[in-house]
Design a binder for this molecule. Structure first.
Ligand code: UT7
Length: 325
């Protein structure tokens, strides 16, 4: 052994019970199925009821990931929940998930990087595992973005949905090559000058209210396609791999057009792209683990496959991680 690697040993997900199609949404919002599908690729999304909070969905996804790994809560010593829609301002949703799992040990905290949250959380958990600070981590992306939506604003309310996904990462010996299983490399960036392009107009330190999501969609689109590919190039360079070596590209699921334009720019074949935005909408930090779970369970992602995850979120924050499953 020359190093420790954070190996994915299980994944799981959870969705609210209520699925809302574009046609159903068009009954109350001035929009159409045709517009939403053509501009975004979204066909439906899941919207939570009052009982389906972020911690409830996150706990369900975490339990499913533990079952998939054949582990119990006692085997976990780190829980990171990526979310921008915590049940409460504090305590951290991760601690609610910890309690929901019946975990009495370890450490649990939230991480807030909006839609890039899951990539940030995987990267953070990886640092704990490869330094020996933790042995097994639950990394959860859980959101109830419907709580932040202004249902009078058709330019944003049709885009988002609720849900949660989780992976279990376990520290295992590696050789230090790109043939190892586990997180091979990751690259994170942020640039706070872009705040006004995607933000929530409230918070405990400003208005004292939760606020609503505000977005200049065109500018986010332009940045997502134009700039965020730098972190993917970083990951390829650091691991000595190329787009041809990838088995699966699992990007944040915000918009089909952004995903396909990014894949084309990076030379990633369209048939290697996992697309779930059609069925989930944009679930922010939950979108990548939801997509990973879909592609794992339907047999696409197999042990040994090389998987690139990538996301951009408010801030802006963005990042990519290369994982051998
Ligand atoms: O995860 C966080 C990252 N967020 C994103 O990645 C979102 C990035 N941005 C986008 O995905 C796209 O910019 C949108 C899907 C949000 C919008 O697509 P667009 O092609 O940039 O449309 P647009 O904003 O230029 O709007 C075009 C037209 C406008 O009408 P006019 O002014 O041309 O007459 C809008 O009023 O579409 C109209 N429109 C709608 N029509 C029906 C805007 N929203 C809707 C709607 N239904 N929901």
């Amino acid at each position: 052994m020359t190093c420790l690697r954070s190996v994915v040993v299980g994944c799981g997900s959870a969705l609210p019970a209520r699925c809302v199609t574009n046609a159903a949404l068009a009954e109350t919002v001035d929009t159409s199925d045709e517009w939403i599908v053509q501009r975004t690729g979204i066909r439906q999304r899941y919207l939570s009821d009052a009982s389906e909070t972020t911690s409830v969905l996150g706990t369900r996804a975490a339990k499913a990931a533990l079952d998939d790994a054949g582990l119990t809560a006692a085997d976990i010593d780190l829980v990171i929940c990526a979310t921008s829609t915590p049940d409460h301002t504090f305590p951290a949703t991760a601690t609610q998930i910890q309690a929901g799992l019946g975990m009495t040990g370890g450490v649990a905290f939230d991480l807030q990087a909006v839609c890039a949250g899951f990539v940030y959380a995987v990267t953070t958990a990886d640092k704990f595992l490869v330094t020996g600070a933790a042995r097994r981590a639950l990394v959860v992306g859980a959101e109830t973005f419907s709580r932040l939506l202004d249902w009078e604003d058709r330019t944003t309310c049709v885009l988002f949905g609720d849900g949660a996904g989780a992976v279990v990462l376990e520290a295992r010996a590696g050789e230090g090559t790109s043939a190892d299983r586990g997180v091979l490399t990751s690259s994170l960036r942020s640039d706070g000058r872009h705040r006004e392009k995607l933000y929530v107009d409230g918070g405990p330190g400003s208005t004292g209210t939760t606020g609503h999501l505000r977005m200049t969609g065109k500018e986010v689109f332009r940045f997502a396609v134009g700039s965020v590919t730098d972190v993917i190039d970083d990951a390829f360079r650091a691991s000595g791999t190329t787009a041809d070596d990838l088995d699966w590209f699992v990007p944040h699921q915000a918009n089909r057009r952004i995903i396909e334009a990014s894949a084309d720019k990076l030379g990633i074949a369209r048939d290697k792209v996992v697309l779930t935005v059609d069925r989930h909408g944009n679930t922010s930090a939950a979108s990548i683990p939801l997509a990973l779970d879909v592609a794992r369970k339907d047999g696409r992602i197999k042990d040994g496959d090389l998987v690139m995850i990538e996301a951009i979120g408010g801030g802006f924050t963005w990042g990519a991680a290369l994982i051998r499953w």
